[in-house]
Design a protein around this ligand. Structure first.
Ligand SMILES: Cc1ncc(COP(=O)(O)O)c(C=O)c1O
Length: 394
């Protein structure tokens, strides 16, 4: 019998499956290289990435400016912790605070979205000396103990048992449901201002204004989980303070995903009241604020600004809105900028699979009819045309 020769891809799959704990259902590709909106697989095939490496690669894959900064930093020093000062950390912190809404004057760096949310909730509890946290149906905040307990979406809370106490759930977009829960025992109201995983669900600007009013009335901290909406994804640097939030500002913004162009980094941007309540040793993380991550943060912000990516992604959104009118099976386009959900009249799973078969990566959501797009902010109109051509031919 002739021995079967395994492809490169098959060898990679066999090895990952053997040595890694099961996590996500994976696409049938192994990524080897990326450039801009494109990735190349182990088999040399080219895919258009309209999912941005899981909403992370806002500057595109391996942006030259980010690569240059990482190489230069790696040659100097990879890491030292918060026990020392660092010019790279100072620069990243200043850059981030300068683009933040005016009320947010300090940053705490960590390593991921869930860690940013854990620390945001802790800071809100410290600032208010209260424990209760209100979050929303459909929101996703991460998988560590407090964040998963704040996640009232699907089975996450069940996976995260035993849950941290003092978490309660309001209905996203329904201000009356918040009024029923908010009181002088509440530390924070935390929300994804656009609920991505739920299917790119939006609330009206008035909802955010009313949330702000409730928080002001009871002295509650308003936390925007901007792990997805932050760092230019909606066309604004942040959702907080934007017209989509009726101009109101959150007391804390959490960030991760796009912040480091793929180098793991998270952050909490906080106002004076919050920062003043934090004492030495209240917060900490070994890796947060490390030099390599900080070089990635500065380079990411510079790349978005220099390449006018925020302006680009608004043009792309408008273009997509226009072009989707041609597609009969499309009911609506949800979201803003580069956080978009194409709502179809029926279950979009076959569309998602067909696109993947035709080498376009998109995302699903917990709403079966909503296909998610989270492309690099540098995506081009001619790349959107490739998507439209396939949708039109369905
Ligand atoms: C809105 C939001 N918050 C928090 C998280 C958790 O981030 P991480 O996976 O970096 O812990 C995610 C991840 O998908 C997210 O989408």
């Amino acid at each position: 019998m002739t021995p079967t020769i395994k492809t490169n891809f098959e060898i990679i799959v066999a090895s990952e499956e053997q040595f890694q704990v099961t996590t996500y259902a994976k696409m049938n590709i192994a990524v080897e290289r990326g450039e801009g909106t494109w990735i190349w697989t182990s088999e040399g095939e080219k895919y258009l990435d309209l999912y941005g490496g899981h909403a992370v690669c806002a500057t595109g894959h391996s942006h030259p400016r980010v690569i240059e900064a990482l190489k230069a930093q790696a040659e100097k020093v990879l890491f030292y912790s918060n026990l020392v000062y660092s010019d790279v950390r100072a620069k990243a912190a200043e850059k981030l605070v300068l683009i933040a809404p005016d009320n947010l004057t300090k940053v705490f760096f960590c390593n991921s979205g869930t860690e940013a949310n854990e620390n945001a909730m802790r800071m809100a509890r410290m600032a208010t000396k209260r424990e209760k946290i209100i979050t929303f149906s459909g929101g996703f905040h991460g998988r560590t103990a407090d964040s998963i307990s704040a996640t009232f979406l699907g089975k996450y809370r069940e996976i995260g048992r035993p849950n941290v106490p003092h978490h309660v759930c309001a209905e996203f977009g329904n201000i009356e449901s918040v009024r029923e829960l908010a009181d002088s025992e509440t530390a924070a109201i935390m929300l994804e201002p656009i609920q991505s995983m739920a299917g790119v669900t939006e609330a009206k600007p008035e909802f955010f204004r009313e949330l702000r009013e409730i928080c002001d009335e009871f002295g509650i901290m308003l936390i925007f989980d901007e792990v997805q909406t932050g760092i230019g994804r909606t066309g604004n640097w942040f959702f907080s303070g934007s017209e989509f939030a009726d101009g109101i500002e959150a007391d804390i913004i959490t960030l991760a995903k796009s912040l480091g162009s793929g180098v793991p980094v998270g952050a909490c941007l906080v106002n004076e009241k919050v920062s003043e309540s934090i004492k030495m040793n209240d917060l900490g993380t070994t890796f947060g604020g490390g030099m390599l991550a900080m070089a990635a943060v500065s380079a990411t912000l510079e790349a978005i600004e220099a390449d006018r990516m925020r302006e680009n992604i608004i043009e792309i959104e408008n273009y997509l809105r226009e072009r989707l009118r041609e597609i009969e099976s499309v009911k609506s386009l949800r979201g803003r900028g580069g956080l978009l959900g194409i709502e179809f009249n029926n279950n979009c799973k076959p569309i998602h699979e067909n696109l993947l078969g035709k080498k376009i990566i998109t995302g699903t959501s917990s709403n079966p009819n909503v296909l998610r797009l989270l492309p690099p902010l540098c995506v081009k109109k001619k790349e959107i045309d490739l998507l439209i051509d396939i949708l039109a031919a369905q």
